[in-house]
Design a protein around this ligand. Sequence first.
Ligand SMILES: *Cc1c(COP(=O)(O)O)cnc(C)c1O
Length: 360
Amino acid sequence: MSAIKQQVEQWIRAEIRDIAAYHVPAAGELIKLDAMENPYTWPEAMLEEWQRRVGEIPVNRYPDPAATALTVELRRAMGVPDEMGVMLGNGSDEIIQILALALGGPKRVVLAPEPSFVMYRMIAAFSSLEYVGVPLNADFSLDLAAMEQAIQQYDPAVIYLAYPNNPTGNLFAEADIEAIIRAANGLVVVDEAYHAFADRSFMSRLGEFDNLLVMRTVSKLGLAGLRLGLLAGPSEWLNEFDKVRLPYNINVLTQAAATFALQHIDVLNGQTRLIREERRRLFSEMARVDGLTLYPSAANFILFRVPAGRANAIFDGIKERGVLIKNMRASEGPLADCLRVTVGTPAENDAFLAALRAVL
Ligand SMILES: *Cc1c(COP(=O)(O)O)cnc(C)c1O
């Protein structure tokens, strides 16, 4: 073995060496329906106003560490109750990491249902936290008995519940989530990354339970490139997490751009409405394609199952026709033969539908 490989083996923790790096495929010229992005850009007048403002941003100065102006807009846009605290992250991924840093330690457990958002597991591995995944029921609802049993057994420091869930798209039953919050001794983070596409939220219930936190992001709302997420909940918790947060984690451009965008929230809401309408149309068109099992979605994507053993070929065939979706790459288990498509513009969805019909 070469000297450098030996040094890597000696110093990089085995948990890290064992991880396959998170692979984000390059889209190139393909129609990009793989990453739950909002396909719409800003109207011309809004872009022009933004371009005028960019010139006034003092990039020579450190950002406002408290992101004061942005926090005001976010609180309003997200409906955070006045008495609750807020902490911002460089994407909600960073918030998951901050929680891991603050909560981690020997025998500390992160628990989440599976399948769910892969970052819960990955960030646990990065931070020496133990990760426990509890399988969802076959219809992707929470297996409440199994969750309660796992809570008893592992006493998790934090439980993540994506609401709606990624990659399945469904909303868990509110009563099940409530039962989990009550059963848990540690924190329960309700991850509402897809809130804009669902009509349900735990935001207004903050304060009802001492251990409930709500996480949001602006990524799926149309601002994925800015990297901005938010955690809301009782200040007793958030003040502690805030000590771990790097002081300038939200840069000046993100603060300015997100503040500006949220002052035009009607534009983002309009785009969200279009995506929700297209979700309905895409679902009903896909339902007419033979051989697919569709999972109802309260998010901006649709998970679907193709005939056994054909997922890779169908994914490749759609790609050859110019559309990139997400292959869940499972030949067994709950996501066996599943693909996931993000809802795009009407034209993008039509291109996907044509490709899908052609390959099936
Ligand atoms: C996309 C996604 C996130 C990540 O959001 P960022 O703010 O872009 O880091 C968090 N949770 C779930 C469930 C997601 O699907």
